[in-house]
Design a protein around this ligand. Sequence first.
Ligand code: ATP
Ligand code: MG
Length: 222
Amino acid sequence: MNDSAFLSGVALRKSYGSLEVLKGVSFAVAPGEFVCLVGKSGCGKTTLLSILSGLEKPTEGKVSLGGKEVSSSSEDELALFRREHVGFIFQSFNLIPTLTAWENVALPLFPMNIPKQQQRKRAEDMLGRMELSHRLDHLPSALSGGEKQRVAIARALVNHPKILFADEPTGNLDSATGEAIMTILHRLNKEENVAILMVTHEADLAKTADRLVRMKDGELVQ
Ligand SMILES: Nc1ncnc2c1ncn2[C@@H]1O[C@H](COP(=O)(O)OP(=O)(O)OP(=O)(O)O)[C@@H](O)[C@H]1O
Ligand SMILES: [Mg+2]
């Protein structure tokens, strides 16, 4: 395993019944690195992200994240670890429709012993950095796609994770809004040194990463 890697997966295999989705993938991300993962629909990108982030267990192989052996951790340990050290953003934003923007951002803080006022303050700070100070009390239904994704980014970063997993974060956005989201991700990567592993279908966005990794039929091809 690569010692300088922050995230590493070794010989990862994943099968669903007789369907072999990952066929022995080894892959590492260095601290603060911005990596884009590309490949055709169904080749296994989301599956790889789920396994590397500890959301799913591999059928075979090992994952280590921030010095923790993910594959041998209990579900409870993993849930806690994810909440404290890992951020996620998704194509469909995954905001809770009945919570306001600031409450969505504060969501990862709810299970922690942090007073409500402080939760709001931290959410406000993050939303301010996303230039959404004027949208704190709006419900997701009253926000544009780009605004929703900025709320989702604020939520992913409210715990200051060392790594952000992003699964097609610009997939539901028009190209100008997608580029704006990409600019924000690059800024966070540089300013906070947060590592980013992002899946995208868009070649123009992918080529702005530090490194491009291509997947084909459950294997990395370069
Ligand atoms: N829980 C599951 N049970 C059974 N099959 C699954 C499951 N999750 C994914 N698959 C299958 O595994 C393969 C890879 O899926 P995955 O979601 O990783 O692809 P992807 O590369 O992210 O595709 P896309 O670009 O369309 O999002 C697909 O054939 C999919 O149908
Ligand atoms: Mg996918």
